[in-house]
Every structure is written in C-alpha cells, then in structure tokens.
Write a protein that binds this ligand. Structure first.
Ligand SMILES: [Zn+2]
Length: 387
C-alpha cells in the first residue's frame, strides 16, 4: 500500500528527513496484525535486549525476530517477514487469516518460551474470595502477560476513560443471589466479596481492550466501538502489599462517573489524586508507547500501530510499509473523535481469503482497497515503566 501513501499523506509538511529511520514491514496477505505487533515489540528496548540475549535459538521465533529487528534497524527497505511467517505456518498458526492481535501476542511470547522474556510482561494478579459468613478467604494468584479490560460498565453503559476500566478491574464485587459461590468452610453457598489486585507489576504493561464480544440477545459476535480516552501515563500506588491504580484524570472523570461515591471506602479501591504533588513516593509510573488499532469489523479488518520510538520519543503511524510521523495531540484528538483512522481507505482482506500451503508467500498477495465499515479503535496498549 506504499503507493497510496505517496499521494495521500496525512502530514505532508513532515516529509522531511529525520534522524530516526522507522522502517515499514511488507504485508504478506492479512498479516497486518503481525506487522503491528512486530513494530510494537521493536520499540520496546527491554524486549529487544532480552530477545538478543536469547542463545541457541536457530530456527525459532526468537531468531526470526532477531533477524527482523536487525533489518528494521538498518532501515533501508521495507522488511519482508517471510522467515517469521514460515515459522508460524510450521507451528500451524494461520498466518494469512485476520488474527486477534492479543492472541498473537500470547502466541509469540509462549512460543519464545524464555523466562526472561516473560518477565518483561508478567504481572501478578491476586483474586480473592472472602466469605461473609465465616470470614474464610480463598486466594488465587496468577501470572498474566496482559490485562484484558471489559469496556462495559453495565449492560447499557460503557467506560469513557481507560482509568475507569482499570478501576473497575480492581473493584470489590459482592457475589450474591444466583452468583453466590460455595464456601468450603461453611459447606454451603454464601455471599462473598470478590477482589482483584496486582501483587506485582511488569516493566511493560500490556492492556487489551476487550472490544470483541458476544451479544447474547442477537446471538452474534460484535465489535464494541464505544469511545475510550487513553492517558499518556498511568500510575499505580502500593497499598497494603498490592498495587492499585491512581486516578490522574479525576476532572474528566467526575462528569461521567459517580456511582462509586455511594460505596464504602473499602469497596472503592481507588485513590483520587488530582494534584501531582499528592502522589506518594511508593508509586509506579507508566508511559504509553504503543497503541495497536483495529479498523473495520469482525469479518473485514485491518491493524496498524501508533508507536512512540524509544530513540527520538516521537510518535509514528506504522501501517505495513507506510510510516508517518505524528504527534500525541493528533492521537488524542482522534481518540476524542472516536476514530483513529488516518487514511480514508485501508488495505483489508476479508475472512473468505484462504492461503494454500503450496503457494509461495509472495504469491499470497491479494489486497484490495476498501473503505472499511466501522471505526478504527484502539485494541492493544503498551505502557513502559518510567525510571
Ligand atoms: Zn464461609
């Protein structure tokens, strides 16, 4: 799709040269999800260090990524990720089908199978259930590569800000009525308080926005296109051995949100902190550096990324072979308009396209330019810890 961009630049005034050379990646037929993730991993310094440290990785995903990263660094031509595509194909991953980027992220990290790589992303999530009858507490801790946030506040309400969705994630929930769990201690179903918290936080926090859901009334899968404001920074505070999200956007919040004021302070596990000076020392700060965007709908879609390069701290749009400089203000404006599209037409491939294993990768090009129905919405976010 390089030829479209040549006469369709969103930022014609910025066509000049710049010191950092960001290189595009060729689409091998519906592999935009792969290109989008590769660009995000490439601008994650800690990931790049760890992947380069992986030893004895011949013919593995780790070595394919090492190879792609070298070529992205050289930045002469757009990179053709055939080797990685072939490895994925050998692992029976349907490379040329539109894939879910979060699933692909999990697949890649699991396939690399390296403890140090997992540590870049892994966070400890503690789920506890407390019986209101006998006070017995059941605790389960899991190591997650990302958090998948629901965007629904209630059946008909949606979160407007990422911090609201995060707050909901750690909110205490009373399980009663039909939802009452069985208490092993009381030997009966009891009203219980369910609580989720972070026991540890990772160097790179990956947040998946759960936009693909099932509508049980219509009996169909659907994409949620509700707007969601995404902050450039996130803060977590350590409180009683767990990390809780600190709300930095309380002003915007108050307009859209008030149900929590009716809850007890214990139930609302959230700290309002409008003034930076009130943020305690024992905090972890994160800075956004990657937004993976999904354009289109369930059947016909396209992925691309907004990334902030670690060298020049400049935002770029990475859309297969098309690379454009952009600004955080531009992204924010797009988020407010609830449409992150930067081109009128995207190169997309429908679900009907099939790839034959006998064909060579270069023959599997079958793009078409279409005006995608549906909005371009953020789907996977990456934040890196600020030192
Ligand atoms: Zn009990």
């Amino acid at each position: 799709m390089g030829n479209i961009v040549a006469n369709h630049s969103a930022f014609p005034e910025e066509r000049g040269t710049h010191q950092v050379k960001v290189t595009g990646i060729k689409n091998l037929g519906s592999t935009c999800y792969m290109n989008t993730l590769i660009q995000s991993l490439f601008v994650t310094p800690v990931f790049r260090i760890k992947i380069n440290e992986c030893q004895n990785v011949d013919e593995s995903i780790a070595s394919d990524l090492q190879d792609i990263f070298i070529r992205l660094e050289q930045g002469v031509h757009s990179v053709e990720p055939y080797r990685l595509a072939r490895s994925l194909d050998q692992m029976h991953w349907a490379v040329n089908r539109q894939q879910d980027i979060e699933e692909f992220f999990h697949m890649v990290i699991n396939a690399i199978d390296d403890k140090e790589i997992r540590k870049v992303y892994e966070m400890g999530i503690v789920n506890s259930l407390s019986c209101t009858g006998c006070k017995h507490k059941m605790i389960k801790e899991t190591a997650n590569l990302d958090i998948s946030l629901t965007l629904k506040a209630s059946p008909n309400e949606y979160f407007k800000h990422l911090e609201e969705a995060l707050r909901h994630f750690v909110k205490n929930e009373t399980m009663q009525g039909d939802d009452k769990p069985f208490c092993g201690s009381c030997k009966t179903k009891q009203v219980m308080i369910r609580k989720t918290s972070f026991s540890t936080l990772p160097p790179v926090l990956v947040i998946h926005l759960n936009r693909f859901t099932h509508d049980s009334w219509k009996h169909e899968n659907m994409k949620l296109e509700q707007p969601l404001l995404i902050p450039e920074t996130l803060t977590f505070k350590k409180e009683s051995e767990v990390y809780v999200p600190v709300c930095n956007s309380s002003e915007e919040f108050d307009e859209v949100w008030d149900p929590y004021t009716t809850e007890s302070s214990e139930a609302s596990h959230w700290i309002h902190s409008a003034e930076p000076s009130s943020i305690p020392v024992d905090c972890v700060h994160y800075e956004l550096f990657s937004i993976s965007v999904h354009a289109g709908n369930l059947d016909c879609g396209h992925y691309y990324a907004f990334i902030k390069h670690h060298k020049d701290r400049q935002w770029y749009i990475c859309d297969d072979t098309s690379i454009r400089k952009t600004h955080w203000n531009y992204i924010q404006e797009k988020l407010r308009m609830n449409d992150l599209r930067w081109l009128d037409a995207h190169s997309v491939t429908g679900r009907s396209q099939s790839y034959s294993r006998d064909h060579s990768w270069s023959q599997s090009w079958s793009h078409r330019q279409v005006r995608t129905s549906g909005r371009s919405t953020a789907i996977l976010l990456m934040y890196e810890v600020m030192q």
